[in-house]
Each structure stands twice: as C-alpha cells, then as structure tokens.
Design a protein around this ligand. Structure first.
Ligand code: C5P
Length: 314
C-alpha cells in the first residue's frame, strides 16, 4: 500500500527520462549567510535528456551507479553523484533500504550549466519511487528534489517556469511556440560554486535583490511565442563571471551573434556551455556546425524547447 492508498506492484526495473534546462534569464542577488544567492530565473526545459534506469538489487548491496554516453568518464559513480544521493534521500525519508542499481545514460553536457546532474537526480527520485512502489505525491518529490540541489525541482517539473529563492521555488509560466537552440559545449566543465565565487569577486558590494518585474519583456515574448523578442531578452548575470574564468567563450558567443545571425546567445546557467537561439531547426544546425568547423567548441548540440519534466518511460 502506498501513501495514496493504492496498491502498487513494485517493478523489477524502471526507466525515467528527465530534461536538461536553459536559463532564459538568470538574475542573481547578494550572497546570503547560508552560502547561496537569491535568484530570479526563467527556466525552460530542452530536449537534451538523461535516462536513468533503476533496477532492484539484492538486499544489502546498497546503491551502485553505472554511466554511459558522452561525458560518462567525467561523471562520478560514487556517493557524490546526485542520483546516488537522490536514492539515498528517498529511502531514508520513507524508511526503506536503498538497494538499487542506477544506470545513467547521459545526453546533457556534463558540468555544462545545463543541469545534467540535476536531471539525473530528478530521474532517480521518480524511478526509485516507482521501483519501490512508493507513489509519493509530486509535492513531496519536489521537496526532496529541493534538498538535493537548486535545479533538481525544475528537472522534475519541466516546461517553462520562474524560479525564485535558490532557484527551487517554481511557478509555471505561459509559453507559446517551439524554440530552436544550438548549444556549444567545452571539453572541460566549470564548477558552479567557482562561478558564483567569481560573481561575488566581481560585485564586492553585492547586487540588489532581483525581482520578477525585470522579466516583463521576456515573459511577454514567451506569451506571444515571439522567438526574435525572446532572443533579445535573454540575460545571464553569471555571464561576466563565466567569461572571466573562460575568456574564450566570448568568441563562441560572437560567432553565433555576429556571423551566425543567432536571435540571441548567452552562457547557459553557470557555463561553460553557450546557448544560441536560432530562427529554425536548420538555422540551429548551421550555428552548431559553424562552431565545430571553426574549432570554437568541443561539441555542438541542437534541440527544440520546451519539453516536459521527468517521466516514466517503462
Ligand atoms: O544547489 P546546488 O547544490 O546546485 O548549488 C551548488 C552551489 O552553487 C552552491 O553550493 C552555491 O555555491 C552555488 N549557488 C548559489 N546560489 C544559488 C544556487 C547555487 O550560490 N541560488
């Protein structure tokens, strides 16, 4: 019996897919005593996805992680992996044993500012919930997600949403239309805490508390499904910090905007991945091709947005 009173038959293996994200806008306030910065961010889920398969493991085996896909070698397979932490947290919360094998198939650039690790955590939460026949309500899963990391709740929710607090308090946003993106990933990721530290160094007096009012143009563009207006409204307060740590990223942005005719181009989240908004799927492919041809990025990706949040695949 689960908490909703339904009898669920626990499955032997469950696969869950969760999306990466792009921050259409990211505004960062002053560092707080808890070590976090208050944010206002408009997130959109993109169709670069992580697949997590949870398989029942013999009692006492604990949590094991295996990884495949681009960036697999750079992904930890121990308790520092957010998917491991998600299974551990969920088991502790409901008082069950965490005996599970988690297999991660990575489709989101690793340590790229697109929430690949957070998507793994969101997928692992949902997969273990189903594997163990728990049936926790979404609200409870969202609370657990927020304990795991600021971006994990959005990877559960998907779509388009405004995040406040640490980025974890979400309100869905009305968004029309489909958008087309090119993403340019670097060989070496950037650490999110390091980018926030650089942000603090660049703003020693702190920054004013951001408010959602600043996003009115962006939200109007989304309501109208106007890609050109959205491109003009893309914004990232962390961009100067990411560029200070990786000056070469400025060339990736310039190539998209000046030569490639992108509608907008910014550092994605804490970087180093660059997100360029294109006017069509073909234009996005052209932008990604241009970056790789010119040797500006290690790998180019194209994807539409928005897409849904974490979901069971079977
Ligand atoms: O929440 P998460 O674990 O993803 O955050 C990683 C790090 O990024 C934090 O330890 C903190 O240094 C920084 N961060 C921040 N303000 C936020 C979110 C993250 O300073 N709102």
């Amino acid at each position: 019996m689960n908490r909703t009173g339904l009898s669920l038959v626990a499955a032997a293996a469950v696969r869950v897919r969760a999306p990466g994200k792009v921050n259409l806008s990211l505004r960062v306030g002053p560092l707080q005593p808890d070590g976090y910065h208050p944010l206002v961010s408009v997130f959109q889920a993109v169709n670069l996805v992580e697949d997590v398969t949870a398989t029942a493991a013999p009692p006492g085996q604990g949590i094991t992680i295996s990884v495949e896909g681009p960036g697999a070698l750079a992904t930890p397979q121990d308790h520092t992996n957010l998917a491991w932490q998600a299974a551990h947290l969920l088991a502790a919360r409901v008082g069950t044993r965490a005996d599970v094998r988690l297999h991660l198939r990575k489709g989101v650039p690793v340590a790229g500012g697109m929430a690949g690790g957070s998507a793994d955590a969101a997928a692992a939460l949902l997969a273990c919930d189903a594997l163990w026949g728990l049936g926790l309500p979404r609200t409870e899963l969202l609370e657990l997600a927020a304990e795991l990391g600021s971006d994990v709740p959005f990877c559960l929710l998907g779509g388009t949403a405004v995040g406040t607090g640490r980025g974890h308090l979400l309100s869905p946003v009305m968004a029309k239309g489909e958008y087309h993106w090119a993403f340019g990933a670097s060989d070496h990721g950037l650490s999110t805490p390091a980018v926030f530290r650089e942000f603090d160094r660049l703003h020693p007096g702190g920054r004013p508390q951001p408010t959602i009012d600043t996003e009115s143009d962006l939200l109007a563009a989304l309501r109208a499904g106007d890609a050109a207006a959205l491109g003009a409204s893309l914004h990232n307060d962390l961009q100067p910090a990411a560029l200070a740590l990786r000056p070469e990223l400025a060339d990736v942005i310039a190539a998209a905007l000046e030569d490639g005719g992108a509608l907008g181009a910014i550092v994605s989240g804490s970087g180093p991945t660059i997100a360029a908004l294109a006017s069509s799927a073909a234009h996005a492919r052209d932008l990604a091709h241009r970056w790789t041809e010119e040797g500006l990025v290690a790998k180019g990706w194209t994807t539409p947005s928005p897409c849904g949040g974490a979901r069971l695949m079977g």
